[in-house]
Design a protein around this ligand. Structure first.
Ligand code: MTE
Ligand code: MO
Length: 318
């Protein structure tokens, strides 16, 4: 398995690193396309549960953005979860979500773009070549994990909808269905769960649409059938079970920011120098380990993303 750490990626002759990374990501996905690694037929019209029937993604290449750190066990990553729609306890999602099989999933695309509309999950996924990205994900509660995610760059999905230049932000919404997701019967958050990104964050090559993990279909408790994974941000930005994508002009109000604005900012970049009002963010515990380790700025992805926040005071805009 080819795994390159970000610091193994040679500096290019092109001075602007963001251009270099963008080009690299483009070449990479082009290469995967040419290799015929298109999404295998996800949908078997003969079965009622067609929409998320595929249960494995064999032979995926690990992308150059992957870390070579020790991978968290499948059991840990799928049983210690945050998904408040299924309860606030860490084991609630695996206990209650595993029984849920989303059928006929659709995603609404709205706002400032040329191609708004109602898309089936198949429409959303079909044109994209899948890859494996071994990413760290760091929860705001100071635990973290390393997971081989299966997905494709968010930029590739967003550009299909041809956003207008006045679309400065993207807003994402999770399914609202209290019968399927009993945690929504309680007012712990303002449902549906909403997250948002500035357009340059959303189109950064590290931002991933995820549909699987560990070479398998994404378990419901981890956000099936599709979620985001934004490895340089606290985990709550990585919204699960998305049903709506909207291109907007102003920063959207996001669920955690609405519920506790002093604790959870819009940017939520991992920052060991800025404590949460109730605990330090300087260290973290990897799921499955006892000790703690140092948390890195931008969760270790500073080289790739720090330029997005040039000139901002990240203590104020946390
Ligand atoms: N819709 C929704 N998305 C969500 C959450 C949630 O409660 N609801 N929790 C977030 C938080 S706080 C974290 S840390 C990650 C956890 O992802 P995991 O359970 O796959 O580790 O999902 C994020 N996405
Ligand atoms: Mo989190």
């Amino acid at each position: 398995m080819l795994i390159k750490k970000p610091h193994d990626i040679k500096p290019s002759e092109i001075t602007d690193e963001s251009h270099y990374l963008n080009r690299r990501a483009l070449l990479q996905s082009a290469g995967l396309m040419a290799g015929g690694l298109l999404l295998p037929s996800l949908f078997n019209p003969q079965t009622a549960e067609a929409s998320v029937a595929l249960d494995s993604y064999p032979n995926l290449k690990a992308s150059a953005f992957s870390t070579d750190e020790k991978i968290t066990t499948y059991d840990n990553a799928t049983s210690y979860c945050n998904f408040y729609e299924f309860g606030t306890g860490k084991s609630d999602p695996s206990q209650y979500a595993s029984k849920v099989k989303p059928k006929g999933w659709e995603v609404t695309v709205a706002g400032a773009c040329d191609k708004p509309g109602q898309y089936t999950l198949e429409d959303i996924l079909k044109p994209h070549a899948l890859e494996e990205r071994i990413y760290r994900l760091r929860c705001v509660e100071a635990w973290s994990m390393v997971v081989p995610w299966v997905g494709f760059p968010l930029v590739d999905l967003l550009k299909r909808f041809q956003p207008h230049s006045r679309a400065k932000y993207v807003r994402f919404e999770t399914l609202y269905d209290p019968n399927l997701m009993p945690g929504q019967k309680r007012n712990v958050l303002d449902w549906p769960y909403v997250e948002g990104l500035r357009i340059d964050e959303a189109t950064h090559p590290l931002a991933l649409v995820v549909i699987g993990m560990y070479g398998k279909q994404l378990p419901m408790q981890n956000g099936a059938p599709l979620r985001l994974v934004l490895p340089w941000k606290y985990g709550f930005k990585s919204i699960k079970s998305i049903v709506k994508i909207e291109f907007v002009e102003k920063p959207p109000r996001t669920s955690w920011n609405l519920s506790a604005p002093r604790e959870y900012g819009f940017y939520a970049n991992v920052n060991p120098a800025v404590s949460h009002p109730r605990w330090s963010q300087s260290r973290e515990r990897r799921l499955g380990s006892w000790g703690k380790q140092k948390t890195l700025p931008f969760n270790g992805y500073a080289e790739q993303v720090a330029h997005l926040y040039k000139g901002m005071d990240l203590k104020k805009q946390f």
